[in-house]
Design a protein. Structure first.
Length: 255
C-alpha cells in the first residue's frame, strides 16, 4: 500500500473518532478509539503529512512481525513530553518530544515496537476489562459492551496511562519489541541506546516525569533485556544505511 494512502486512511479514522461510525467495531477497538480521542484532545497531531506517513509506514512494518491482527494506526502528536501511548485495538501515538530524543531509525523502531508489543499482548485492554468487571460487581452494572459505556472505558484507560502498567508488562514489551525490530532488520542494540538516553534524563527533565512515574527505571529495563539475551541476537551489517538515516533526519526536521 502506498504511504500516501496509508496516511489518508489514518487521518480519516481520526476524524471518525469524533462522530458515529457505521462500521462495526470490536469492543477492544472502541476502547482504543476513545482512548486515542482522549489523547488527541490534549495534544493534536503534528500537522505534517510526511511525518505522519513515515511513522505509519514504519509502524505497519513492525506490527507485521507481531502476529497480531489489528487495523493499525500510528501518529505523531505535538507535545514536548517524552512519551508514547499504546491504545487497545491498534492505536499508537508518539510525542514529538520522544522523537527528538532519538538519533536513528533503529532507535525509533524500538520505541514503536515496544508500543506494538503492548497492543499485541493486550496489556491495557486486559486492565480495562478487569476494571469493568470490578465495577459491575460493586455497582451491579449491566455488561459494558454498548456504545454508551465507551466514555467510561476511555476514562478507565486514561487512569491506566496516569498510573502505568505493572513492571512485568513493561519488561515483556521491551523483550518482544526487540524481537519484532530485530526480525524487521533493525539493530537490537538500539534498544539499549534508547534506555541509556532515558537514564541520563531521569530526575533531571520534567518532560519525562510522567514516563518515569509509569515505567520501571531505565536501568532495570536494561538489566532485564541483557538477561533475556539481547546480546545474542543477530545484528545488521555495521555499514550505515543511508536511506534510513535520510528518512529519519527528514522526520526530525518535519516536527
Amino acid at each position: 500500500m502506498k504511504i500516501g494512502k496509508i496516511f489518508k486512511l489514518f487521518m480519516c479514522f481520526i476524524a471518525l473518532s469524533f462522530c458515529a461510525s457505521a462500521i462495526a467495531q470490536t469492543d477492544e477497538e472502541k476502547v482504543g478509539k476513545a482512548g486515542a480521542a482522549q489523547v488527541l484532545g490534549a495534544a493534536p497531531l503534528v500537522a505534517n503529512e510526511s511525518a505522519q506517513q513515515y511513522i505509519n509506514v514504519l509502524g505497519q512494518v513492525l506490527a507485521a512481525y507481531s502476529g497480531a491482527v489489528y487495523k493499525w494506526h500510528f501518529g505523531v502528536i505535538k507535545s514536548d513530553a517524552i512519551n508514547a501511548f499504546a491504545m487497545p485495538g491498534g492505536y499508537i501515538l508518539l510525542s514529538s518530544g520522544v522523537l527528538k530524543l532519538l538519533e536513528s531509525e533503529d532507535e525509533l523502531a524500538f520505541v514503536l515496537a515496544h508500543e506494538v508489543a503492548h497492543v499485541s499482548r493486550r496489556h491495557h485492554y486486559q486492565v480495562v476489562l478487569r476494571q469493568r468487571l470490578a465495577e459491575q460487581a460493586t455497582k451491579g452494572l449491566q455488561a459494558a459492551t454498548q456504545d454508551s459505556d465507551t466514555a467510561k472505558l476511555a476514562q478507565a484507560s486514561g487512569k491506566i496511562y496516569a498510573r502505568g502498567l505493572d513492571k512485568t508488562a513493561e519488561f515483556e514489551s521491551d523483550r518482544l519489541g526487540v524481537e519484532f525490530m530485530t526480525r524487521a532488520g533493525y539493530d537490537p542494540v538500539a534498544a539499549i541506546n534508547v534506555l541509556e538516553k532515558l537514564q541520563r534524563l531521569k530526575g533531571n527533565d520534567p518532560r519525562a516525569e510522567l514516563l518515569f512515574s509509569t515505567h520501571p527505571s531505565p536501568a532495570e529495563r536494561m538489566d532485564m533485556l541483557l538477561q533475556s539475551g539481547i546480546d545474542k541476537l543477530p545484528r545488521p551489517p555495521e555499514k550505515s544505511n543511508a536511506n534510513r538515516n535520510a528518512r529519519f533526519l527528514k522526520l526530525i526536521q518535519a516536527i
